[in-house]
Design a protein around this ligand. Structure first.
Ligand SMILES: O=c1ccn([C@@H]2O[C@H](COP(=O)(O)OP(=O)(O)O[C@H]3O[C@H](CO)[C@@H](O)[C@H](O)[C@H]3O)[C@@H](O)[C@H]2O)c(=O)[nH]1
Length: 484
Protein backbone atom coordinates (compact mmCIF):
# COMPACT_ATOMS: atom_id res chain seq x y z
CA UNK A 1 0.00 0.00 0.00
CA UNK A 2 1.39 3.40 -0.94
CA UNK A 3 1.51 5.66 2.13
CA UNK A 4 1.27 8.71 -0.12
CA UNK A 5 -2.06 7.76 -1.66
CA UNK A 6 -5.09 9.62 -0.29
CA UNK A 7 -6.83 7.69 2.52
CA UNK A 8 -9.96 6.81 0.47
CA UNK A 9 -7.85 5.44 -2.34
CA UNK A 10 -5.88 3.31 0.07
CA UNK A 11 -9.09 1.94 1.59
CA UNK A 12 -10.35 0.91 -1.78
CA UNK A 13 -7.09 -0.70 -2.73
CA UNK A 14 -7.07 -2.65 0.53
CA UNK A 15 -10.60 -3.84 -0.27
CA UNK A 16 -9.37 -5.10 -3.59
CA UNK A 17 -11.66 -2.68 -5.45
CA UNK A 18 -10.72 -0.34 -8.27
CA UNK A 19 -8.58 2.58 -7.33
CA UNK A 20 -10.16 5.99 -7.23
CA UNK A 21 -9.08 8.16 -10.12
CA UNK A 22 -6.96 11.03 -8.86
CA UNK A 23 -7.45 14.52 -10.35
CA UNK A 24 -4.84 17.17 -9.60
CA UNK A 25 -6.70 20.44 -10.14
CA UNK A 26 -4.56 23.55 -10.61
CA UNK A 27 -6.27 26.91 -11.15
CA UNK A 28 -4.53 29.98 -12.51
CA UNK A 29 -3.68 32.06 -9.43
CA UNK A 30 -6.42 34.63 -9.97
CA UNK A 31 -9.85 35.03 -8.43
CA UNK A 32 -11.87 34.44 -11.60
CA UNK A 33 -10.05 31.15 -12.19
CA UNK A 34 -9.84 29.84 -8.62
CA UNK A 35 -13.62 30.08 -8.08
CA UNK A 36 -14.73 27.78 -10.93
CA UNK A 37 -11.80 25.40 -10.32
CA UNK A 38 -12.81 25.01 -6.66
CA UNK A 39 -16.39 24.15 -7.62
CA UNK A 40 -15.23 21.83 -10.37
CA UNK A 41 -13.13 20.04 -7.74
CA UNK A 42 -16.16 19.51 -5.53
CA UNK A 43 -18.07 18.08 -8.49
CA UNK A 44 -15.24 15.70 -9.30
CA UNK A 45 -15.00 14.61 -5.67
CA UNK A 46 -18.76 14.00 -5.63
CA UNK A 47 -18.30 11.70 -8.61
CA UNK A 48 -15.71 9.50 -6.99
CA UNK A 49 -12.44 11.27 -7.75
CA UNK A 50 -9.77 11.81 -5.15
CA UNK A 51 -8.92 15.45 -5.83
CA UNK A 52 -5.76 17.34 -5.02
CA UNK A 53 -6.43 21.06 -5.33
CA UNK A 54 -3.36 23.26 -5.67
CA UNK A 55 -3.44 26.90 -4.67
CA UNK A 56 -0.48 29.23 -4.72
CA UNK A 57 0.75 30.28 -1.29
CA UNK A 58 -0.17 33.84 -2.20
CA UNK A 59 -3.80 33.05 -3.11
CA UNK A 60 -4.03 30.93 0.02
CA UNK A 61 -2.68 33.70 2.24
CA UNK A 62 -5.06 36.25 0.71
CA UNK A 63 -8.06 33.96 1.14
CA UNK A 64 -7.16 33.32 4.78
CA UNK A 65 -6.58 37.04 5.37
CA UNK A 66 -9.95 37.85 3.79
CA UNK A 67 -11.58 35.50 6.28
CA UNK A 68 -9.43 36.70 9.17
CA UNK A 69 -8.13 33.19 9.89
CA UNK A 70 -4.64 31.83 10.48
CA UNK A 71 -3.26 30.71 7.09
CA UNK A 72 -1.11 28.05 8.77
CA UNK A 73 -4.11 26.02 9.91
CA UNK A 74 -6.56 26.95 7.16
CA UNK A 75 -7.76 24.79 4.27
CA UNK A 76 -9.98 26.41 1.63
CA UNK A 77 -12.02 23.19 1.51
CA UNK A 78 -12.47 23.02 5.29
CA UNK A 79 -16.20 23.78 4.86
CA UNK A 80 -16.62 20.81 2.52
CA UNK A 81 -15.46 18.24 5.02
CA UNK A 82 -16.89 15.13 3.48
CA UNK A 83 -15.41 15.84 0.03
CA UNK A 84 -12.25 13.88 -0.81
CA UNK A 85 -10.21 16.98 -1.64
CA UNK A 86 -6.64 17.34 -0.47
CA UNK A 87 -5.29 20.83 -0.39
CA UNK A 88 -1.75 21.64 -1.51
CA UNK A 89 0.18 24.87 -1.78
CA UNK A 90 2.85 25.90 -4.25
CA UNK A 91 5.04 28.97 -4.45
CA UNK A 92 4.55 31.31 -7.41
CA UNK A 93 8.15 32.44 -6.94
CA UNK A 94 7.45 35.79 -5.27
CA UNK A 95 7.41 36.72 -1.59
CA UNK A 96 3.94 36.80 -0.03
CA UNK A 97 4.08 40.55 0.47
CA UNK A 98 4.83 41.26 -3.21
CA UNK A 99 2.03 43.32 -4.81
CA UNK A 100 1.06 41.21 -7.82
CA UNK A 101 -1.50 43.74 -9.00
CA UNK A 102 0.82 46.74 -8.93
CA UNK A 103 3.68 44.73 -10.50
CA UNK A 104 1.52 42.94 -13.04
CA UNK A 105 4.10 42.31 -15.77
CA UNK A 106 6.74 41.14 -13.33
CA UNK A 107 4.22 38.72 -11.83
CA UNK A 108 3.35 37.48 -15.32
CA UNK A 109 7.05 36.92 -16.10
CA UNK A 110 7.06 34.73 -12.99
CA UNK A 111 4.08 32.75 -14.26
CA UNK A 112 5.94 32.28 -17.53
CA UNK A 113 9.42 31.49 -16.26
CA UNK A 114 9.40 30.65 -12.55
CA UNK A 115 6.21 28.86 -11.57
CA UNK A 116 6.79 25.92 -13.97
CA UNK A 117 9.77 24.75 -11.88
CA UNK A 118 7.74 24.96 -8.67
CA UNK A 119 4.89 23.07 -10.34
CA UNK A 120 7.19 20.31 -11.50
CA UNK A 121 8.56 19.89 -7.99
CA UNK A 122 5.05 19.79 -6.53
CA UNK A 123 3.71 17.38 -9.14
CA UNK A 124 6.60 14.99 -8.66
CA UNK A 125 5.47 14.83 -5.03
CA UNK A 126 1.68 14.57 -5.49
CA UNK A 127 1.54 12.37 -8.59
CA UNK A 128 2.38 9.17 -6.77
CA UNK A 129 0.57 6.78 -9.09
CA UNK A 130 0.63 8.07 -12.68
CA UNK A 131 -1.75 5.42 -14.12
CA UNK A 132 -4.56 6.62 -11.84
CA UNK A 133 -3.84 10.35 -12.13
CA UNK A 134 -4.85 13.17 -14.46
CA UNK A 135 -3.90 16.85 -14.41
CA UNK A 136 -6.85 19.25 -14.64
CA UNK A 137 -4.96 22.46 -15.24
CA UNK A 138 -5.99 25.96 -16.29
CA UNK A 139 -5.37 26.44 -20.01
CA UNK A 140 -3.47 29.69 -19.40
CA UNK A 141 -0.54 27.89 -17.81
CA UNK A 142 2.49 27.45 -20.06
CA UNK A 143 3.67 24.05 -18.86
CA UNK A 144 0.87 21.45 -18.47
CA UNK A 145 1.16 19.35 -21.65
CA UNK A 146 4.95 19.23 -21.34
CA UNK A 147 4.83 18.23 -17.68
CA UNK A 148 1.96 15.80 -18.16
CA UNK A 149 4.01 14.01 -20.82
CA UNK A 150 7.04 13.89 -18.54
CA UNK A 151 4.94 12.43 -15.74
CA UNK A 152 3.03 10.05 -17.99
CA UNK A 153 -0.44 11.39 -17.12
CA UNK A 154 -3.23 12.94 -19.22
CA UNK A 155 -3.64 16.73 -19.42
CA UNK A 156 -7.19 18.01 -19.10
CA UNK A 157 -7.11 21.66 -20.15
CA UNK A 158 -9.62 23.58 -18.03
CA UNK A 159 -10.97 26.60 -19.89
CA UNK A 160 -12.82 29.18 -17.80
CA UNK A 161 -14.02 31.32 -20.70
CA UNK A 162 -16.44 30.75 -23.61
CA UNK A 163 -15.63 28.16 -26.29
CA UNK A 164 -15.58 31.07 -28.75
CA UNK A 165 -12.51 32.55 -27.04
CA UNK A 166 -10.79 29.17 -26.96
CA UNK A 167 -11.45 28.73 -30.69
CA UNK A 168 -10.02 32.16 -31.52
CA UNK A 169 -6.82 31.60 -29.54
CA UNK A 170 -6.54 28.02 -30.79
CA UNK A 171 -6.64 29.36 -34.36
CA UNK A 172 -4.26 32.32 -33.95
CA UNK A 173 -2.23 30.93 -36.84
CA UNK A 174 -5.24 31.35 -39.16
CA UNK A 175 -5.76 34.93 -37.98
CA UNK A 176 -2.08 35.57 -38.66
CA UNK A 177 -2.10 33.90 -42.06
CA UNK A 178 -5.11 35.97 -43.10
CA UNK A 179 -3.60 39.25 -41.92
CA UNK A 180 -5.94 39.93 -38.99
CA UNK A 181 -3.23 39.43 -36.35
CA UNK A 182 0.50 39.77 -35.82
CA UNK A 183 1.07 42.39 -38.46
CA UNK A 184 1.56 46.15 -38.42
CA UNK A 185 -1.69 46.97 -40.22
CA UNK A 186 -4.21 44.25 -39.50
CA UNK A 187 -7.17 43.83 -41.82
CA UNK A 188 -10.36 45.48 -40.59
CA UNK A 189 -12.91 43.38 -42.40
CA UNK A 190 -15.12 40.68 -40.89
CA UNK A 191 -13.45 37.42 -39.91
CA UNK A 192 -15.32 34.51 -41.43
CA UNK A 193 -12.81 31.68 -41.65
CA UNK A 194 -12.36 30.41 -38.08
CA UNK A 195 -13.91 26.93 -37.98
CA UNK A 196 -17.25 27.00 -36.17
CA UNK A 197 -17.02 30.68 -35.28
CA UNK A 198 -19.84 32.89 -36.59
CA UNK A 199 -18.65 36.00 -38.46
CA UNK A 200 -16.83 38.23 -36.02
CA UNK A 201 -15.55 41.80 -36.32
CA UNK A 202 -11.91 42.59 -35.51
CA UNK A 203 -13.04 44.99 -32.73
CA UNK A 204 -14.86 42.08 -31.08
CA UNK A 205 -11.68 40.03 -30.73
CA UNK A 206 -10.00 39.65 -27.36
CA UNK A 207 -7.89 42.71 -26.54
CA UNK A 208 -4.63 40.80 -26.98
CA UNK A 209 -5.58 39.81 -30.53
CA UNK A 210 -6.30 43.45 -31.37
CA UNK A 211 -2.88 44.68 -30.28
CA UNK A 212 -0.15 45.11 -32.87
CA UNK A 213 2.72 44.78 -30.43
CA UNK A 214 2.59 41.07 -29.68
CA UNK A 215 5.81 40.90 -27.68
CA UNK A 216 4.22 41.65 -24.27
CA UNK A 217 4.56 39.09 -21.51
CA UNK A 218 0.85 38.28 -21.75
CA UNK A 219 1.21 37.57 -25.46
CA UNK A 220 4.16 35.31 -24.78
CA UNK A 221 2.08 33.48 -22.17
CA UNK A 222 -0.87 33.09 -24.53
CA UNK A 223 1.31 31.80 -27.39
CA UNK A 224 2.97 29.21 -25.15
CA UNK A 225 -0.24 28.26 -23.33
CA UNK A 226 -2.00 27.51 -26.62
CA UNK A 227 0.94 25.54 -27.90
CA UNK A 228 0.38 23.45 -24.77
CA UNK A 229 -3.39 23.40 -25.37
CA UNK A 230 -2.71 21.84 -28.77
CA UNK A 231 -1.06 19.03 -26.80
CA UNK A 232 -3.97 18.61 -24.36
CA UNK A 233 -5.78 15.29 -24.15
CA UNK A 234 -9.15 16.80 -23.23
CA UNK A 235 -10.74 20.24 -22.98
CA UNK A 236 -13.18 20.96 -20.18
CA UNK A 237 -15.03 24.24 -20.66
CA UNK A 238 -17.25 26.37 -18.44
CA UNK A 239 -19.85 26.93 -21.14
CA UNK A 240 -23.11 25.46 -22.36
CA UNK A 241 -23.45 23.44 -25.57
CA UNK A 242 -26.72 25.07 -26.72
CA UNK A 243 -25.20 28.54 -26.47
CA UNK A 244 -22.18 27.84 -28.70
CA UNK A 245 -23.10 24.78 -30.78
CA UNK A 246 -21.13 25.45 -33.98
CA UNK A 247 -17.97 26.52 -32.17
CA UNK A 248 -18.05 23.50 -29.91
CA UNK A 249 -18.76 21.16 -32.83
CA UNK A 250 -15.70 22.52 -34.67
CA UNK A 251 -13.48 22.18 -31.58
CA UNK A 252 -14.63 18.58 -31.18
CA UNK A 253 -13.01 17.81 -34.51
CA UNK A 254 -9.72 18.76 -32.83
CA UNK A 255 -10.04 17.31 -29.31
CA UNK A 256 -12.50 15.69 -26.95
CA UNK A 257 -14.27 18.83 -25.75
CA UNK A 258 -16.71 18.81 -22.84
CA UNK A 259 -19.08 21.74 -22.19
CA UNK A 260 -19.94 21.43 -18.51
CA UNK A 261 -21.07 24.90 -17.48
CA UNK A 262 -22.22 26.84 -15.74
CA UNK A 263 -19.90 25.85 -12.91
CA UNK A 264 -21.36 27.41 -9.77
CA UNK A 265 -21.53 26.64 -6.08
CA UNK A 266 -24.11 23.87 -5.52
CA UNK A 267 -26.66 26.29 -4.03
CA UNK A 268 -25.49 29.21 -6.27
CA UNK A 269 -25.71 31.97 -3.65
CA UNK A 270 -24.03 30.01 -0.86
CA UNK A 271 -20.75 28.21 -1.26
CA UNK A 272 -19.20 25.67 1.10
CA UNK A 273 -15.72 26.71 -0.02
CA UNK A 274 -14.37 30.14 0.82
CA UNK A 275 -12.58 31.52 -2.22
CA UNK A 276 -12.72 35.31 -1.90
CA UNK A 277 -9.35 37.07 -1.94
CA UNK A 278 -10.83 40.22 -0.41
CA UNK A 279 -12.98 40.39 2.75
CA UNK A 280 -16.66 40.29 1.76
CA UNK A 281 -18.85 43.10 3.06
CA UNK A 282 -22.31 41.96 4.09
CA UNK A 283 -24.70 43.96 1.90
CA UNK A 284 -27.86 42.02 2.72
CA UNK A 285 -29.23 44.48 5.31
CA UNK A 286 -28.87 47.40 2.91
CA UNK A 287 -30.29 45.45 -0.02
CA UNK A 288 -33.25 44.26 2.09
CA UNK A 289 -34.22 47.90 2.57
CA UNK A 290 -34.32 48.67 -1.19
CA UNK A 291 -37.36 48.17 -3.45
CA UNK A 292 -37.38 45.14 -5.77
CA UNK A 293 -35.38 45.59 -8.97
CA UNK A 294 -34.24 49.10 -8.03
CA UNK A 295 -30.51 48.58 -7.44
CA UNK A 296 -27.78 48.74 -10.07
CA UNK A 297 -24.91 46.46 -9.05
CA UNK A 298 -21.52 47.65 -10.33
CA UNK A 299 -18.34 45.58 -10.35
CA UNK A 300 -15.35 45.17 -12.64
CA UNK A 301 -14.15 41.83 -11.33
CA UNK A 302 -10.89 40.93 -9.68
CA UNK A 303 -8.17 41.58 -12.22
CA UNK A 304 -8.58 44.53 -14.58
CA UNK A 305 -7.85 48.15 -13.77
CA UNK A 306 -9.66 51.22 -15.01
CA UNK A 307 -8.42 54.76 -15.29
CA UNK A 308 -9.45 57.53 -12.98
CA UNK A 309 -10.96 59.37 -15.93
CA UNK A 310 -13.14 56.38 -16.86
CA UNK A 311 -14.18 56.06 -13.24
CA UNK A 312 -15.12 59.74 -13.13
CA UNK A 313 -17.35 59.41 -16.19
CA UNK A 314 -19.06 56.28 -14.88
CA UNK A 315 -19.57 57.86 -11.45
CA UNK A 316 -21.03 60.94 -13.16
CA UNK A 317 -23.48 58.78 -15.10
CA UNK A 318 -24.47 56.81 -12.01
CA UNK A 319 -25.13 60.03 -10.08
CA UNK A 320 -27.08 61.64 -12.91
CA UNK A 321 -29.27 58.57 -13.40
CA UNK A 322 -30.61 58.85 -9.84
CA UNK A 323 -30.52 55.04 -9.60
CA UNK A 324 -29.82 53.22 -6.37
CA UNK A 325 -26.54 51.35 -6.62
CA UNK A 326 -24.21 48.92 -4.93
CA UNK A 327 -20.67 49.49 -6.20
CA UNK A 328 -17.74 47.16 -5.58
CA UNK A 329 -14.73 49.44 -5.49
CA UNK A 330 -11.88 46.92 -5.35
CA UNK A 331 -9.02 48.62 -3.50
CA UNK A 332 -6.67 48.32 -6.52
CA UNK A 333 -9.28 49.04 -9.21
CA UNK A 334 -7.24 52.04 -10.41
CA UNK A 335 -4.00 51.14 -8.63
CA UNK A 336 -2.97 49.81 -5.22
CA UNK A 337 -1.38 53.23 -4.78
CA UNK A 338 -4.74 54.98 -5.16
CA UNK A 339 -7.14 53.13 -2.87
CA UNK A 340 -9.87 55.83 -2.87
CA UNK A 341 -10.25 56.83 -6.51
CA UNK A 342 -13.91 57.92 -6.67
CA UNK A 343 -14.34 61.61 -7.51
CA UNK A 344 -14.49 64.02 -4.60
CA UNK A 345 -18.01 64.66 -3.44
CA UNK A 346 -19.35 61.38 -4.86
CA UNK A 347 -20.13 59.92 -1.44
CA UNK A 348 -22.01 63.02 -0.29
CA UNK A 349 -23.92 63.35 -3.57
CA UNK A 350 -25.08 59.74 -3.49
CA UNK A 351 -25.75 59.46 0.25
CA UNK A 352 -28.87 57.47 1.01
CA UNK A 353 -29.11 55.73 -2.34
CA UNK A 354 -25.76 54.09 -2.82
CA UNK A 355 -23.44 51.68 -1.05
CA UNK A 356 -19.74 51.38 -1.95
CA UNK A 357 -17.88 48.31 -0.67
CA UNK A 358 -14.41 46.89 -1.39
CA UNK A 359 -15.73 43.38 -2.16
CA UNK A 360 -18.90 41.34 -1.60
CA UNK A 361 -20.35 37.90 -2.21
CA UNK A 362 -21.38 38.64 -5.78
CA UNK A 363 -23.61 35.60 -6.30
CA UNK A 364 -25.52 36.52 -3.15
CA UNK A 365 -25.91 40.13 -4.30
CA UNK A 366 -27.03 39.18 -7.82
CA UNK A 367 -29.59 36.78 -6.32
CA UNK A 368 -31.16 39.52 -4.20
CA UNK A 369 -34.57 40.71 -5.37
CA UNK A 370 -33.49 44.36 -5.02
CA UNK A 371 -30.91 44.05 -7.83
CA UNK A 372 -32.27 45.02 -11.26
CA UNK A 373 -29.15 45.57 -13.37
CA UNK A 374 -25.43 44.80 -13.45
CA UNK A 375 -22.85 47.24 -14.80
CA UNK A 376 -20.08 44.73 -15.49
CA UNK A 377 -16.70 44.37 -17.15
CA UNK A 378 -18.03 41.13 -18.70
CA UNK A 379 -15.71 38.67 -17.00
CA UNK A 380 -17.10 35.28 -17.99
CA UNK A 381 -18.04 34.27 -14.44
CA UNK A 382 -19.91 37.53 -13.98
CA UNK A 383 -21.77 37.02 -17.26
CA UNK A 384 -22.85 33.49 -16.32
CA UNK A 385 -23.79 34.56 -12.79
CA UNK A 386 -25.80 37.52 -14.03
CA UNK A 387 -27.73 35.33 -16.46
CA UNK A 388 -28.36 32.73 -13.77
CA UNK A 389 -29.76 35.48 -11.53
CA UNK A 390 -31.79 36.80 -14.52
CA UNK A 391 -30.22 40.27 -14.19
CA UNK A 392 -29.63 42.24 -17.44
CA UNK A 393 -26.20 43.73 -18.02
CA UNK A 394 -24.63 47.05 -18.92
CA UNK A 395 -21.30 46.20 -20.47
CA UNK A 396 -18.03 48.06 -20.04
CA UNK A 397 -15.35 45.52 -21.00
CA UNK A 398 -11.81 46.38 -19.97
CA UNK A 399 -9.51 43.82 -21.57
CA UNK A 400 -8.86 40.22 -22.63
CA UNK A 401 -11.98 38.07 -23.35
CA UNK A 402 -14.29 40.73 -21.92
CA UNK A 403 -14.56 42.51 -25.28
CA UNK A 404 -15.63 39.30 -26.98
CA UNK A 405 -17.94 38.39 -24.10
CA UNK A 406 -19.72 41.71 -24.62
CA UNK A 407 -20.48 40.62 -28.18
CA UNK A 408 -22.06 37.43 -26.80
CA UNK A 409 -24.10 39.38 -24.22
CA UNK A 410 -25.19 42.24 -26.47
CA UNK A 411 -25.29 40.86 -30.03
CA UNK A 412 -25.93 37.16 -29.59
CA UNK A 413 -28.05 36.80 -26.46
CA UNK A 414 -29.36 40.39 -26.38
CA UNK A 415 -29.34 40.40 -22.58
CA UNK A 416 -27.27 43.55 -22.16
CA UNK A 417 -26.34 46.93 -23.63
CA UNK A 418 -22.95 48.52 -24.26
CA UNK A 419 -21.92 51.59 -22.25
CA UNK A 420 -18.91 52.82 -24.15
CA UNK A 421 -15.38 51.63 -24.74
CA UNK A 422 -11.99 52.02 -23.12
CA UNK A 423 -11.11 55.69 -23.13
CA UNK A 424 -14.48 56.53 -24.65
CA UNK A 425 -17.03 56.20 -21.89
CA UNK A 426 -19.09 59.30 -21.15
CA UNK A 427 -21.32 60.21 -18.23
CA UNK A 428 -24.30 61.19 -20.41
CA UNK A 429 -24.26 57.82 -22.19
CA UNK A 430 -23.82 55.93 -18.92
CA UNK A 431 -26.80 57.81 -17.47
CA UNK A 432 -29.00 57.09 -20.52
CA UNK A 433 -28.07 53.40 -20.52
CA UNK A 434 -28.76 53.04 -16.80
CA UNK A 435 -32.16 54.70 -17.17
CA UNK A 436 -32.99 52.48 -20.16
CA UNK A 437 -32.13 49.26 -18.35
CA UNK A 438 -33.40 50.10 -14.87
CA UNK A 439 -36.68 51.77 -15.76
CA UNK A 440 -37.25 51.89 -19.53
CA UNK A 441 -38.96 49.58 -22.00
CA UNK A 442 -35.52 48.41 -23.05
CA UNK A 443 -35.08 46.98 -19.54
CA UNK A 444 -38.27 44.93 -19.87
CA UNK A 445 -37.12 43.43 -23.19
CA UNK A 446 -33.71 42.62 -21.73
CA UNK A 447 -35.30 40.98 -18.71
CA UNK A 448 -37.41 38.75 -20.91
CA UNK A 449 -34.37 37.81 -22.99
CA UNK A 450 -32.22 37.06 -19.96
CA UNK A 451 -34.91 34.77 -18.57
CA UNK A 452 -34.78 32.80 -21.82
CA UNK A 453 -31.00 32.38 -21.70
CA UNK A 454 -31.30 31.48 -18.06
CA UNK A 455 -33.75 28.73 -18.99
CA UNK A 456 -31.13 27.38 -21.41
CA UNK A 457 -28.49 27.33 -18.69
CA UNK A 458 -30.92 25.72 -16.28
CA UNK A 459 -31.91 23.01 -18.76
CA UNK A 460 -28.24 22.26 -19.49
CA UNK A 461 -27.44 21.95 -15.80
CA UNK A 462 -30.50 19.83 -14.96
CA UNK A 463 -30.33 16.01 -14.84
CA UNK A 464 -30.23 14.79 -18.43
CA UNK A 465 -29.25 18.25 -19.67
CA UNK A 466 -26.29 18.77 -22.01
CA UNK A 467 -23.82 19.93 -19.35
CA UNK A 468 -24.73 17.06 -17.05
CA UNK A 469 -24.32 14.65 -19.94
CA UNK A 470 -21.01 16.28 -20.86
CA UNK A 471 -19.79 15.96 -17.31
CA UNK A 472 -20.92 12.34 -17.10
CA UNK A 473 -19.07 11.53 -20.32
CA UNK A 474 -15.97 13.28 -19.01
CA UNK A 475 -16.14 11.43 -15.68
CA UNK A 476 -16.68 8.08 -17.45
CA UNK A 477 -13.76 8.69 -19.80
CA UNK A 478 -11.37 9.78 -17.05
CA UNK A 479 -12.52 7.03 -14.73
CA UNK A 480 -11.88 4.50 -17.48
CA UNK A 481 -8.48 5.99 -18.22
CA UNK A 482 -7.36 6.56 -14.63
CA UNK A 483 -9.44 4.02 -12.75
CA UNK A 484 -6.68 1.46 -12.51
O1 LIG B 1 -17.14 41.78 -5.18
C1 LIG B 1 -17.02 40.76 -5.86
C2 LIG B 1 -16.61 40.76 -7.21
C3 LIG B 1 -16.47 39.55 -7.85
N1 LIG B 1 -16.73 38.39 -7.20
C4 LIG B 1 -16.59 37.10 -7.89
O2 LIG B 1 -15.35 37.07 -8.57
C5 LIG B 1 -15.47 36.40 -9.81
C6 LIG B 1 -14.96 37.32 -10.87
O3 LIG B 1 -14.82 36.61 -12.07
P1 LIG B 1 -15.07 37.28 -13.49
O4 LIG B 1 -16.37 37.96 -13.51
O5 LIG B 1 -14.89 36.22 -14.52
O6 LIG B 1 -14.01 38.41 -13.61
P2 LIG B 1 -12.40 38.47 -13.37
O7 LIG B 1 -12.12 38.35 -11.96
O8 LIG B 1 -11.97 39.69 -14.04
O9 LIG B 1 -11.91 37.16 -14.15
C7 LIG B 1 -10.82 36.86 -14.99
O10 LIG B 1 -11.09 35.51 -15.37
C8 LIG B 1 -12.28 35.31 -16.14
C9 LIG B 1 -12.41 33.83 -16.40
O11 LIG B 1 -11.30 33.37 -17.08
C10 LIG B 1 -12.23 36.12 -17.43
O12 LIG B 1 -13.43 35.97 -18.16
C11 LIG B 1 -11.99 37.59 -17.08
O13 LIG B 1 -11.90 38.38 -18.25
C12 LIG B 1 -10.70 37.70 -16.27
O14 LIG B 1 -10.42 39.04 -15.95
C13 LIG B 1 -16.95 36.06 -9.99
O15 LIG B 1 -17.16 34.71 -9.70
C14 LIG B 1 -17.64 36.94 -8.96
O16 LIG B 1 -18.81 36.35 -8.41
C15 LIG B 1 -17.15 38.38 -5.90
O17 LIG B 1 -17.43 37.33 -5.31
N2 LIG B 1 -17.27 39.58 -5.26
Amino acid sequence: MDPLLPPMAMAREANGRRKKPHAVVIPYPMQGHVIPAAHLSLRLAARGFAVTFVNTESVHQRTADALGVDPRSYDVFAGARCADVRYELVSDGFPLGFDRSLNHDQFMEGLLHVIPAHMEELLRRVVVDPPSTCLVVDTFFVWPATLARKLGVPYVSFWTEPALIFALYYNMDLLTKNGHFRCQEPRRDTITYIPGVPAIEPHELMSYLQETDTTSVVHRIIFKAFEEAHGADYILCNTVEELEPSTIAALRLEKPFYAVGPIFPAGFAHSVVATSMWAESDCSGWLDAQPAGSVLYISFGSYAHITKQELREIAGGVLASGARFLWVMRPDIVSSEDPDPLPEGFAAASAGRGLVVPWCCQVEVLSHAAVGGFLTHCGWNSVLESVWAAVPMLCFPLLTDQLTNRRIVVREWRVGVPVGDRGAVFAHEVRARIEGVMSGEEGEELRQAVRKVRATLEAAAAPGGSSQRGFNEFVDELTRRCGG
